[in-house]
Write a protein that binds this ligand. Structure first.
Ligand code: CTP
Ligand code: MG
Length: 217
């Protein structure tokens, strides 16, 4: 079955504070360029949702469309712009994507129709209010969900259209499948797949880039 990579990259990067986040560079390469390069070898086409009015930087092996007001809207537009049977949805904001994670997701989606990269939570979890510890939350069985997420495109498109009609919002695409009662397989992700969100994450990204760009993947 044909596979397309769908990259939502239309966010404004408010928390990072450096303009549209996908265009922010780490060690000379934008977050978007890094995400495209990681996915291109595994798929038939790469589709990117960009902020309205922005163009794809030269040299990227991808096709661009305009994103929406929310991440969910951007992904819906990407889903409608491809006819691939399988889609890998991946945030541009997660620039370090090991090939092994993509391979594991493609194997899982062929079996179950929906899969996401995720990591078991290692830290102690507590509920806090006003900066005060309110009570611990058992972390047993809890996973932190990452991207990429892989789906049979038809199934994800149905979930997105239902969410659109019913005004339901999830933070990611696997969440929409789960909301529809579908099964989602958890595939081991990677700590390097962290999302560049706040300024502090850029220091971490620079550190990872040194190893990554030297071939340690
Ligand atoms: N995204 C998108 N369209 C939107 C909003 C977000 O395609 N309307 C994308 C972002 O470009 C990013 C991913 O969704 O690759 C995850 O979003 P997030 O980390 O929240 O990025 P931003 O929305 O850009 O950041 P912020 O929330 O700080 O403004
Ligand atoms: Mg956002």
């Amino acid at each position: 079955m044909t596979v397309a990579a769908l990259i939502p990259a239309a966010g404004s990067g408010t928390r990072l504070g450096r303009g549209p986040k996908a265009f922010v560079e780490v060690a000379g390469q934008s977050l978007l360029a890094r995400s495209v390069a990681a996915l291109a070898p595994h798929v038939g086409e790469v589709l990117v949702a960009l902020p309205a009015g922005m163009d794809l930087p030269a040299g990227l092996r991808a096709r661009a469309i305009s994103g929406g007001e929310t991440r969910q809207e951007s992904v819906l537009r990407l889903l409608e712009a491809t006819s691939a049977g399988i889609v890998l949805v991946h945030d541009a904001a997660r620039p370090f994507l090991p090939a092994g994670v993509v391979g594991a997701l493609l194997s899982a989606v062929a079996e179950t129709g929906a899969a996401t990269a995720a990591l078991p939570v290692a830290d102690t979890l507590v509920r806090g209010e006003g900066g005060q510890w309110q009570g611990a939350v058992p972390r047993e069985g809890l996973w932190a969900v990452q991207t990429p997420q892989a789906f049979a495109r038809g199934e994800l498109l149905r979930a997105h259209r239902a969410a659109c009609e019913q005004g339901y919002a999830a933070t990611d695409d696997a969440g929409l499948i789960a909301w529809q009662g579908g099964a989602v397989t958890l595939v081991p992700g990677d700590p390097r797949l962290f999302k560049v969100t706040a300024p502090g994450d850029l220091a971490l990204a620079h550190a990872v880039a040194r190893l990554w760009d030297a071939g340690e993947r």
